[in-house]
Write a protein that binds this ligand. Structure first.
Ligand SMILES: [Zn+2]
Length: 195
């Protein structure tokens, strides 16, 4: 848990590793949601975040059930704002929760970035310049998404969830379980489900 604590310059490496998903979809989605239905856009311990507006479409639809979503390693969208006092001094449970997902995303992107580098070198050595421009970027850009998908798939394969039980595998994934554990006890009061 790093909320309010991580100041090390070495964290810059994690921004390099997360650059593609942050720039391609994480930050654009947060910026778009700020313009359309959001408020309070700011950096929060290294992640660009915004909160849904109470009267906006986002809060009235997804915000009914979801407390927040970490879109890419450094992009967070918070909902459930009606349960979030403006003068809250301590981080809310949902903030601690999403910042666990930030750390998970950074780890996934670090692995993906290094794998992509190795693949790039190999493809250049075997003189495949076309594949070298496509495959490493694909690997790099999808690290966070693939890790999230694999976490849910592994939970499903363990039997944690199933057809007709939407969200079961997601709630049973190690990623969600660890985020919920660190965000307790406020978490349970704040939201039923988030990502
Ligand atoms: Zn979550």
């Amino acid at each position: 848990m790093s909320l309010g604590q991580s100041k090390r310059w070495t964290r810059a490496f994690l921004y390099v590793a997360s650059f593609l998903p942050d720039v391609l979809y994480g930050w654009p989605v947060v910026l778009f949601c700020r313009l359309a239905w959001g408020q309070d856009l700011r950096w929060e311990d290294g992640a660009l975040r915004c909160r849904a507006r109470e009267d906006g479409w986002l809060e009235r639809t997804f915000g009914e059930k979801w407390g927040g979503v970490t879109m890419s390693p450094h992009a967070i969208l918070y909902m459930h704002v009606r349960l979030w006092p403006e003068d809250a001094e301590e981080p809310m449970g949902i903030q601690r929760h999403e910042h666990v997902h930030v750390e998970q995303g950074e780890a996934a992107q670090l692995a993906a970035f290094l794998e992509a580098l190795v693949l790039l070198v190999v493809l250049l050595i075997v003189q495949e310049p076309v594949w070298a421009t496509v495959l490493p970027a694909l690997l790099w850009g999808t690290g966070h998404a693939r890790a999230s998908g694999a976490a849910n798939a592994a939970a499903f394969l363990r039997g944690e969830g199933g057809v007709g039980e939407y969200g079961g595998a997601y709630v049973g994934s190690h990623a969600e379980e660890s985020a919920r554990a660190l965000a307790a006890p406020e978490h349970d009061r704040l939201h039923d489900r988030d990502e």
